[in-house]
Design a protein around this ligand. Sequence first.
Ligand code: B16
Ligand code: MG
Length: 214
Amino acid sequence: KYLGIIFDLDGVLCSTDEYHYEAWKAIAEEIDINNFTPKDNNRQRGVSRMESLEILLEKSERKFTDKEKLILADKKNQRYKELLNNINSFDLSDEVRVALNTLRKAGIKLAIGSSSKNAGLILERLGLGNFFDVVVDGNSITKSKPNPEVFLKAAQMIGLQPSQCLVVEDAISGIEAGTAGGFDTAGIGGVMSYPKTTYPLRDFSQIMNIVFAN
Ligand code: B16
Ligand code: MG
């Protein structure tokens, strides 16, 4: 049934989510928000950079102009990119590497569907620069998750219908996006027990069970 898999990047193939948190926290402190928590950061998973900033600014009394917001988002991205320099191919776990290679050998189409504008850079650093059949990221979409655009575009580019693809996600926004697009979803971490998640993934290698059993 599943001829293609569309992977979210941050929080699924690698844990850049921790770097996002650290970079946002630095921005929060700069504008005197001292109660920015991992829980707030969870709501930023899968949504665009500017929408993530709005989530952070909910904690501030101050109003910010559009220009100030762009400066803050840009600063966050600079800090985030510095942190991304820590990533190398050792950050790709053996479990993920084996699963990706096994699925590839079985002839399954493999795509990335990420909201991040840094997806290309992250894939390069992980040593996956040329691995995927298709990469759709924050640079090629107009609406970020929970809108299904990123996944629909990826499915179209690998030449499959949504019903033939599995979306693998770690974020509520991503499960919502997959569901809205007509995809079955596999949920990692916090979204394992989310009601709309089709398959909970206790570990990454379970993707192979799902794909080969269906
Ligand atoms: P950037 P994903 C998402 O990536 C992150 O989960 C989310 O926290 C971030 O705000 C978004 O990318 C935009 O990232 O600032 O690098 O463009 O999970 O969809 O791979
Ligand atoms: Mg994610």
